[in-house]
Design a protein around this ligand. Structure first.
Ligand code: PHE
Length: 453
C-alpha cells in the first residue's frame, strides 16, 4: 500500500498538523455552546460524571477505531469499508456517516450563523449595559427573524465550502495551529471572571457536585450523544481525516491527547458559564440560548470586556469553521473519490443540498415553526437526531467492525505502526472495543427507550 506522502491524495505535513486538524474538528460549538446547554438541561454534576466516563470508556476507543479504519484504508468513509470489507454490506456504515454529515451541518451552520451575528454585535459594542432580560429578547428576536440568521448561515456555509474546496493541507491545517491555544486562553480568562462573581459557588456546585438521583435513561443517552458529538466521532469524520495521516503517527497517543484536550475545553466552558448563570439568575435549563445570553453578561463585567468579546467571537467562529469543514469533507471526499465527481463540483453540490436543510432548520425557529415534529423544532430534531442517535449508532457499528471484523492482527498492526511501536495498552483497547463499548452503547440505547429504568 502506498503511503499518503507518496500517493496523489493530500496529506497532513507533520504530526502537529494531524493533532491540530483533528482537534480543530473536535473543538467547536460542541464544547462551548452545546456542552453547557445540555449539561444545564440534564442537571449538572451527575451528567458531567457520566459524560466523562463515556469519553474515557467509549469515546477514546471509538476515536482510535476510526483512526485505524481511516489510516489503514486511506479512503473516504464509504470507500474505507469497501476496501477493508469488500463485498459485504459494511459500507452502509459509511453512508450513515454521510447522512449524519448533512443532518449535523444543517443545524450546526444555524448556530455558526448566530456566532457571526454575535461577533457583529460585539464589534458595535451592542451588549454593553444590557440586562439579562434585554439579552433574552435580543436573542429571541434575532433567531426568529428569518432572513438575517439565514444570511449569516449561508455566509458561514460559503466559508466552509471555500476552505474545503481548496483542499486539506492548505485549507485546514493552517487555521488550527495558532488559534486554538488563544481560544483556550480566553476561556481561562472567562473562567476567572465568572468564578469571582458573587454567588459563583452555586454554579460550581451545580457543575461538580453530582446528584445521582438525577441520572435517568435520558440523561445517559444525552451524555453519550454529547461525548460523541464533542469528539467528532461516529460518522466517519475521523475516518476521513485519518486517511490523510502518514504511517509514522502514533494513533493511540493522538486519540488520547485530542480527547483530553477536547474535554478540557468543554469543562472549562462549563466553569465559565455556570457560575455566571447562577450569579445572574439565569435558569440553567435555558436550552440552546444559554451561552448566548450568559457570555455577553460576563463580558460586560470584565475589564477589557469589549476586546475580549471581540476576540472570543472571532475565535469561536473559527473553531466552528474548523469543525464544519471536517464535516463537509466527509461528503466531499466520498463524492469525489467514489463517484468521481471533481472536488469543486462535489463541494458545490453538497453545500447547496445542505443549505436547503439548513435554511429549514434556521427558519423552524421563526416563522416556519410548523417545521416541527412532536413539538420539537426541526432545528432541535436535527440536533438530537444526530448526537443522540446517528453518532452513537455509527460508533456502535464502527467498534463492532474493528473489534470483530477486522480482527486482532490487523488492528495491532495498525496501532503499532507495523510493530514499530509498543502499543502497550493494545489488549485493553481490543477488549473495550469488542465487549465494553458495544455493550455499553447498546444498553444506553435500550435504556433510553425505557427497557430497564
Ligand atoms: N465536534 C464538533 C464540535 O464539538 C462537532 C462535530 C460533530 C464535528 C461531528 C464533526 C463531526 O463542535
Amino acid at each position: 500500500m502506498s503511503t499518503p506522502l507518496t500517493s496523489k491524495r493530500d496529506s497532513f505535513g507533520s504530526k502537529i498538523g494531524v493533532i491540530a486538524a483533528v482537534s480543530g474538528s473536535a473543538i467547536g460549538l460542541g464544547n462551548i455552546w452545546r456542552f453547557p446547554y445540555v449539561t444545564g438541561e440534564n442537571g449538572g454534576g451527575a451528567f458531567l460524571l457520566v459524560y466523562l466516563s463515556f469519553i474515557l470508556l467509549i469515546g477514546i476507543p471509538v476515536m482510535l477505531s476510526e483512526f485505524v479504519i481511516g489510516r489503514r484504508s486511506q479512503r473516504n468513509t464509504v470507500g474505507a469499508f469497501k476496501k477493508l470489507a469488500p463485498r459485504t454490506p459494511w459500507h452502509i456504515v459509511g453512508f450513515l456517516g454521510i447522512i449524519a454529515s448533512f443532518v449535523i451541518l444543517a443545524f450546526y451552520t444555524t448556530v455558526s450563523g448566530w456566532t457571526l451575528e454575535y461577533l457583529f454585535i460585539s464589534i458595535k459594542n451592542g451588549f454593553s449595559g444590557k440586562s439579562e432580560a434585554d439579552l433574552v429578547t435580543q436573542f429571541n428576536t434575532f433567531t426568529s427573524s428569518g432572513l438575517r440568521p439565514v444570511l449569516w448561515q449561508l455566509l458561514f456555509m460559503f466559508f466552509t465550502a471555500f476552505i474545503v474546496f481548496k483542499g486539506i493541507k492548505n485549507g485546514i491545517e493552517k487555521y488550527t495551529k495558532i488559534l486554538m491555544p488563544i481560544l483556550l486562553l480566553i476561556i481561562i480568562a472567562l473562567c476567572i471572571r465568572s468564578v469571582t462573581l458573587p454567588d459563583a459557588g452555586k454554579g460550581l456546585t451545580f457543575l461538580f457536585r453530582p446528584d445521582f438521583s438525577k441520572i435517568t435513561g435520558k440523561v445517559l443517552l444525552e451524555a453519550l450523544g454529547q461525548a460523541f458529538f464533542s469528539l467528532s466521532i461516529g460518522m466517519g469524520t475521523l475516518i476521513t481525516y485519518s486517511s490523510y495521516i502518514n504511517k509514522k503517527e502514533n494513533l493511540s497517543t493522538a486519540a488520547i491527547s485530542i480527547s483530553l484536550a477536547d474535554t478540557l475545553i468543554a469543562v472549562l466552558a462549563g466553569v465559565a458559564i455556570f457560575p455566571a448563570v447562577f450569579a445572574f439568575g439565569i435558569s440553567p435549563n435555558e436550552g440552546p440560548s444559554l451561552v448566548f445570553i450568559t457570555l455577553p453578561l460576563i463580558f460586560d463585567q470584565m475589564i477589557g470586556g469589549y476586546f475580549f468579546s471581540l476576540i472570543f467571537f472571532i475565535l469561536l467562529s473559527i473553531a466552528a469553521l474548523t469543525s464544519t469543514i471536517s464535516i463537509l469533507e466527509v461528503a466531499v471526499a466520498y463524492l469525489s473519490e467514489e463517484l468521481h465527481i471533481s472536488r469543486k463540483k462535489a463541494t458545490i453540490a453538497a453545500s447547496l443540498a445542505i443549505s436547503v436543510f439548513g435554511i429549514g432548520s434556521t427558519m423552524s425557529l421563526g416563522s416556519w415553526n410548523w417545521l416541527s415534529i412532536n413539538g420539537l423544532s426541526l432545528f432541535d430534531c436535527f440536533d438530537k437526531l444526530s448526537a443522540n442517535i446517528l453518532l452513537p449508532l455509527g460508533g456502535l457499528l464502527i467498534v463492532i467492525f474493528v473489534g470483530w471484523f477486522l480482527g486482532k492482527d490487523q488492528v495491532f498492526d495498525e496501532i503499532s505502526n507495523g510493530g514499530k511501536l509498543k502499543a502497550r495498552l493494545r489488549w485493553v483497547y481490543l477488549f473495550i472495543i469488542k465487549f465494553i463499548a458495544p455493550i455499553a452503547i447498546a444498553l444506553v440505547f435500550l435504556n433510553s427507550i425505557g427497557l430497564f429504568l
